[in-house]
Design a protein around this ligand. Sequence first.
Ligand code: GDG
Length: 467
Amino acid sequence: MPRVVIVSNRVADLRKKSQTGGLAVALADAMRERGGIWFGWSGETKEEAAPAVAETIGRVAAVSLPLSRREVEEYYLGYANSVLWPLFHYRLDLVDHRPNFLDTYAAVNRRFATELVPYLEEDDLVWVQDYHLMPLAARLRELGCRNRIGFFLHIPFPPPDMLAATSNHREMVEWLLEFDLVGLQTSTDVGNLTRYLEEHMGLEEIGGAYRHGSRQVRVERFPIGIDPVGFAAMAREEPDDVAIDLMRRKLLGQRQIIGVDRLDYSKGLPERLRAYGRLLVQHPEYERVVSFLQIAPPTREDVDAYAEIRLELEALAGSINGRFAEFNWTPIRYIHRPVSREKLAPLLRASDVGFVTPLRDGMNLVAKEYVAAQDVEDPGVLVLSRFAGAAEELDAALLVNPYDVDEMSRRLHQALEMPLAERRRRHEELLEKVMRQNATAWLESFLEVLERPDGNQEAGTADQVAA
Ligand code: GDG
């Protein structure tokens, strides 16, 4: 079995098992089984360029390198998170392209490729994760790397016309053509990329792959999942404070709506708060009865758009609380700090409604975690944005348009009033999908397609002979 080499912006800390999500755990398990390397940025900033350092744990090595402050600003906060993130989330209005961003992004990818090559063995499967590293296969190929290289994009892929609003759209897609396999979250994303390949580049699909020059690339959907069994077990282990809070609410007949998101403008948080505010206006009977717990830890605070969304959210939460709160009841509890996974899982289980309303999301794992965490005898209701990748599978949730505050408020009401039989029926359907399309299934199906022989090996051999 070939080794697997994962390349991502940050190397996950594989020793902190409980803090990392199902994804890092699934990837680490696969590497332990096959042997392999996890390569990426160490998360440190150092002024002088330092080489990658390997730390070996059993058959797995974590290989990481520091970045300079300028690289962090222009590659990570800059091109990746101020250009690609908004563009791929359909937010052209938030794209903030500044001089050097693209050059530094290209340079960091070149440095990653140069540092990675000495660690690669002939049969290794290289699996590149996410939008930070789109040019990596092209740079590795330039250095003579003939390994199978796959790419998985965790975020949405935008429609061709939206992509075409950037000056270097063709270059971006050409980067992707150097991979053997490009994996995307949904059929909408696959449709967007393949339409670009066909309409803007005149490529044709033959036998499940797009040919260009002597190479070919497959584009397929691999919806990502969680470790539902592990998450459900964690959800049943209530810490005392969560158990006491739940008892108190039961005694008082109070209900809880929950949201959990990194504080990101793609997550639709202001619209979500407004919808809850609207619910309280339209249903005064919920005052002192239904509260909303929003956990929204900070991320990417050095990017202006993130500072702005934080201010907007704090003003909104403050105004809704100011308007409706009683001396013994707080309508919105907004937590702008990370909460441990051990607490998050039982909090999701102890909530009557999971309110997950991104304006656009690659998948959204919180939706799947909410489903996995529920008590199957008395499950809560998932209210889910149509524009989360998860909606493609989780259509037994109450699907909403996250821009439509009225509709979201009506769906919250429907969720809060839903009879037990309907809750169970919907939950059973959701859970079945979350169990089936789990993190391990996602990983195995991707590697299985990446390993499948195609014309690229022959093209590689022919090139080698010619050279
Ligand atoms: C990207 C794509 C895609 C959140 N707050 C806390 C916390 N979390 C955990 C959640 C969940 C994870 O972080 C977030 O995952 P999401 O999928 O919801 O969103 P992104 O971070 O934007 O992830 C997304 C994903 O990649 C995978 O492909 O689904 O579409 O954008 O696991 O529970 N965890 C802890 N404390 C918190 O306060 N411990």
